[in-house]
Design a protein around this ligand. Structure first.
Ligand code: ATP
Length: 303
């Protein structure tokens, strides 16, 4: 068996998400703060005969492995880009909640682009990978680098920001999948409120700080009304005294930010059994960047 490669891609939460308008192409215009957290999907890849793409997923059935899977779509996008069809056998270990607003599918797509670029020795330019990522989905470009990023447009234009301190994050995952398209379709069609820059003040002047009292997620109300379990989970987190809490993206995951991982773990005591719970830390860019390593764990360097 030839050497295989592994990439581990962290999930994101949205520390702030403003819907600032509706565009002529039907998408909503966003301003958001993406933050990587230490909850990862793992993707393995081995070379295979030309034209062949096999994808195995663990746990089986957690997400479909057919042509709609973003990993398969990423592989096919690379085929179109290079005009050849090198093969791959792929295996995904899924830990990021599906339909959880943590960008799991987008993370996998970014991981697949990075891993297959290496597996097939394509050496594509970062700008080409970024263009392919944006074609696969609005959130995919963020996952090529991770850390803290300011996303505008549909979220696909990302400005990397300085790392925040390693806050702890308590994630509560209600047992529902929320469709992002459904959430946006339930949003009031304006009038759009004036943009509020207070949350970004500490960021744009070069200080890695967020004005938590000014942070919010414009999708929170729609998600909590439409999916009551999400509202219940958010009420539960708010009672634990976090620095900040809201839904991630369009839900279903809700999160609370705490000053440290220990404090987040302490807050989680007693919640076990009610919800899927994860205590994670925010990742700086160095820790978040999806790094390709050889399957035998020998370092392969940064991509
Ligand atoms: P979004 O990025 O839209 O906020 P999300 O984080 O809420 O998405 P995902 O887990 O990315 O949720 O799943 C969104 C949809 O993408 C699901 O309906 C799922 O079927 C589809 N999908 C395609 N490929 C994948 C994948 N590799 N992992 C997870 N979902 C995938």
């Amino acid at each position: 068996m030839p050497d295989g490669l592994i990439v581990r891609v962290p999930a994101k939460i949205n520390l702030h998400l403003e819907v600032v308008g509706r565009r002529s192409d039907g998408y909503h215009e966003l301003r958001t703060l993406f933050q990587s957290v230490d909850l990862r999907d793992t993707l393995w890849g081995w070379p295979a005969e030309e034209g062949r793409l096999d994808l195995e997923i663990e746990p089986e059935g957690s997400v479909g492995s057919g042509s709609d899977n973003l990993i398969v779509r990423a592989a096919r996008a690379l085929w179109r880009e290079i005009g050849r069809r090198p093969g791959a056998r792929l295996k995904l270990e899924k830990r990021i909640p599906v339909g959880g607003g943590m960008g799991g599918g987008s993370a996998d797509a970014a991981g697949a682009l990075i891993l297959l670029d290496r597996l097939w020795s394509l050496d594509l330019l970062p700008s080409d990978l970024c263009r392919l990522a944006a074609e696969l989905g609005s959130d995919v470009p963020f996952f090529l680098h991770g850390g803290l990023g300011f996303g505008v447009g549909r979220g696909e234009e990302v400005l990397p920001l300085d790392d925040l301190p390693p806050f702890g994050v308590l994630l509560l995952v209600p047992p529902v999948e929320v469709s992002t398209a459904e959430v946006f379709s339930r949003l009031q069609p304006g009038p759009w409120k004036r943009q509020d820059d207070r949350v970004y003040a500490g960021i744009t002047d070069g200080t890695p700080a967020i004005e938590w009292s000014a942070a919010f997620n414009d999708l929170e109300r729609v998600v909590c009304e439409g999916w009551p379990l999400v509202g219940e989970a958010l009420e539960c987190v708010k009672r634990l005294g976090p620095v900040f809490s809201t839904v991630s993206g369009s839900g279903a995951t809700v999160f609370g930010v705490f000053d440290s991982v220990d404090m987040a773990a302490q807050a989680a005591v007693g919640l076990e059994g009610q919800w899927r719970i994860e205590v994670v830390r925010m990742l700086g860019r160095t820790g978040a960047r999806p790094e390709v390593v050889l399957e035998n764990r020998r370092e392969c360097g940064n991509n």
